[in-house]
Design a binder for this molecule. Structure first.
Ligand code: FES
Length: 344
């Protein structure tokens, strides 16, 4: 029987493989080799890492699944050592070895593929990982696609052998910044050369994805033809933007199910205030990029600062990410869990 996707999964590291400078792949399997919860291309899992310091909460870090989505016996992730990161990737590189066990969430997908006449997958460095699973899916479904990967140098290209040996290798183009080809292949030219109706899925550094969006806008593409996934929030993280200093003073939140009224100081996140009041909020990235903490926004002026939801999710589905989103000073937000409705 497959594992229940709603539970925390305990996984075993079955393989660890250095891929290139600073990037290691980890293959994870169920401890009893049962089938794992299924996933679609673009999905990620959250690994549960030990606290950075004694007494602190465990850390969660999201990693895209990059093996073919029809595989049920393993999850494959690749972790880039972020020297300026928050310590999660450093811990994984230093500590996690074959045979070790690690807890993880079941796969979640905020970056799903949708049908298009042609799909252009644009990766910046480690942003290749979710796009690999997409290439596998598009190839298996006999759909038209191109995968372009941009890296600083070939030494920093993860999965080089897989890209060369895949049955869809003819759809792959690798551009290295230190090779002349990268200079001549601008995003404007690339986008201009796409077949009618092409849509782009892109993942990589924030500046790279902003350049992709800007090039698509210059070409007259509508915004919905470019789908992005952030693996880190652009610095500074939203909760620490200078807006907090420009508008000093906190605000209040009402938690509708219990009627609790809570004060949020300028330096506090809504999520941490809710947790301190005994209200369960699942936290993962704490940067507005994973959607894990999402609650329902019932009333009040929300200042949405996440990078995961668009206007429809904010205004129609009423999604609010309390890890980073806020409200103007001296205002009041009314929040509840997703799906909560008042008793009649
Ligand atoms: S914890 Fe990731 S969006 Fe809030």
């Amino acid at each position: 029987m497959p594992l229940d996707p709603a539970q925390t999964l305990t996984l075993r590291v079955s393989r660890r493989e250095p891929l290139c400078d600073g990037i290691v792949a980890f293959e994870l399997r169920a401890t009893d080799d049962r089938p794992l919860p299924a996933f679609d291309a673009g999905a990620h899992i959250d690994l549960h890492l030990p606290p950075a310091r004694p007494g602190e909460a465990p850390r969660r870090r999201s990693y895209s699944l990059c093996n073919p989505p029809d595989e049920r016996d393993r999850y494959l992730i690749a972790v880039q050592h972020e020297h300026a990161g928050r310590g999660g990737s450093a811990w994984l590189h230093a500590q996690l070895q074959p045979g070790d066990r690690i807890d993880a969430s079941a796969p979640r997908n905020l970056f799903a593929l949708q049908p298009a006449p042609h799909t252009l997958l644009l990766a910046g460095g480690i942003g290749l990982t979710p796009l690999l699973a997409m290439a596998e899916t598009l190839w298996a479904q006999d759909r038209s696609f191109t995968l372009q990967v941009r890296v600083r140098s070939r030494a920093r290209l993860p999965f080089a052998r897989r890209l060369q040996e895949a049955p869809w290798a003819q759809a792959v183009q690798v551009l290295a910044d230190d090779e002349a080809q990268a200079d001549t292949e601008t995003l404007d030219r690339l986008i201009a050369a796409q077949p009618a109706g092409t849509r782009i899925w892109t993942c990589g550094p924030a500046g790279f994805m902003a350049a992709v969006r800007a090039a698509a806008t210059r070409a007259g593409w509508s915004a919905d033809r470019v789908v992005t996934e952030h693996f880190a929030a652009p610095a500074p993280v939203p909760a620490l933007e200078p807006r907090d200093r420009i508008a000093p003073g906190g605000f209040e939140i009402d938690w509708a199910p219990s009627g609790q009224r809570l004060a949020v100081a300028p330096h506090q996140s809504v999520a941490r205030v809710l947790q301190a009041a005994g209200i369960a909020v699942a936290l993962s990235c704490e940067q507005g990029i994973c959607g894990q903490c999402c609650v329902q926004h019932l009333d009040g002026p929300a200042d949405h600062r996440d990078l995961v939801y668009g206007a429809h999710e904010h205004q129609v589905e009423r999604r609010f990410t309390p890890c980073c989103s806020r409200a103007p000073a001296a205002s009041r937000l009314v929040l509840a869990p997703l799906g909560w409705t008042p008793a009649t």
